[in-house]
Design a protein around this ligand. Structure first.
Ligand code: TXA
Ligand code: MG
Length: 329
């Protein structure tokens, strides 16, 4: 736990030392915790993949310190891309851009593009400035597990395989960044993954429409449904009354059953009631903790009433859809 300034400085110094030596540091962001390695060190990035258990060939997002750092990583920054970076960085937005020759294949999975973002967390921004380079930083979970939103989640999942965990408190947004592909010259940007920045905000900043992911599983590469699944089977039910009935019926067979709803409900006999949050923002902030809670409770089935598809609710519904698809048995 990093509290006072002196302690925070010592933590940052240690983190920079570890990263320069090719080690791994878990870093807090406003979305989820990242697992950071020096993005210009292929061996460090390979170790990152090994610890995550992630197959090679999956591209990772690179955290950078500022818009000014873009030129080191991106060979062409379209007017739209620059406008988005200036409007939303630091923030929950990842831009896919054509890479420079300096970007190593380990980071891009061999593609000619690179994913870049400036995360909005004071500790990680200080780390990026002190490190003075890019950090390959996928979410700090093993392949196929729910993304961590607290330092304790990171430790529970990765344990001794991470050299240092910088504790920046719980993540405020709670779901991963919006990924926008701006790599195709002359084409409008495409939202590959909905996240903390909404399509409406992006279109307002650009002053023209973008191609959107429909309200269903997103299309960024390497994002399999199972990535978002707890051990429990997840079923998404729009109508709260139907959700109550389904949970009640499953619980009556004696199997551990949970019901995740935006607000408190009278859960049927024998059903564990989990509450997310009334607004899409509140729902997103606790979503992954509630999916973990389903596992802590050893649930067999989690029936979920999703938030409406407005704002970050679109991203929550995307993750829930994949959670449900990934948990079908
Ligand atoms: O909020 C976030 O984005 C978090 C925090 C830690 O920054 N990071 C995150 O990283 O979610 P990760 O590695 O779990 O997901 C990265 C996804 C990849 O699965 C891939 O779909 C997409 O970003 N991606 C990265 N580079 C790409 C590229 N060059 N082209 C297309 N997609 C890319
Ligand atoms: Mg991830």
């Amino acid at each position: 736990m990093i509290e006072g300034d002196a302690e925070a400085d010592a933590g940052l110094e240690a983190a920079v030392r570890i990263l320069r030596a090719g080690g791994l540091v878990a870093n807090p962001t406003e979305t989820v915790y990242g697992l950071a390695a020096d993005a210009s060190n292929p061996a460090a990035v390979r170790r990152l993949y090994a610890v995550k258990g992630r197959p090679p060939g999956h591209p990772v997002i690179v955290h950078i310190a500022s818009v000014e750092a873009l030129s080191r990583w991106a060979s062409r920054v379209s007017e739209d891309a620059r406008r988005l970076a200036e409007a939303f960085w630091p923030g929950p937005l990842t831009l896919i851009l054509p890479r420079t020759a300096a970007v190593v294949d380990e980071v891009t999975g061999g593609r000619d593009t690179v994913g870049l973002r400036v995360p909005d967390h004071p500790l990680t921004l200080a780390l990026l400035r002190a490190f003075d380079g890019g950090l390959a930083a996928p979410s700090a979970n093993r392949f196929g597990r729910v993304s961590p939103t607290t330092a304790a989640d990171v430790l529970a999942d990765l344990g001794g395989d991470v050299d240092l965990v910088l504790d920046g408190g719980p993540c405020g947004v709670g779901v991963e960044s919006t990924i926008v592909d701006c790599s195709e010259e002359g084409a409008p940007p495409v939202i590959l993954r909905p996240g903390g920045v909404t399509a409406e905000q992006i279109e307002a900043a650009l002053g023209h429409p973008v191609r959107r992911t429909p309200d269903g599983p997103s299309r960024a590469p390497g994002m399999l449904p199972a990535h978002y699944a707890p051990h429990a089977q997840v079923i998404v039910v729009e109508n709260p009354e139907d959700a109550l009935a389904l949970a009640g019926a499953h619980a009556s067979t004696g199997k551990p059953t949970g019901l995740l709803t935006p607000r408190a409900t009278r859960a049927p006999e024998g059903v564990s009631a989990l509450i997310a949050g009334e607004t899409p923002e509140a729902y997103a902030a606790v979503l992954y903790d509630r999916l973990r809670e389903a596992d802590r409770l050893g649930l067999d089935l989690l029936v979920v009433v999703p938030p409406p598809a407005v704002g970050v609710g679109v991203a929550v519904r995307d993750r829930l859809a994949r959670s449900a698809a990934g948990s079908v048995r």
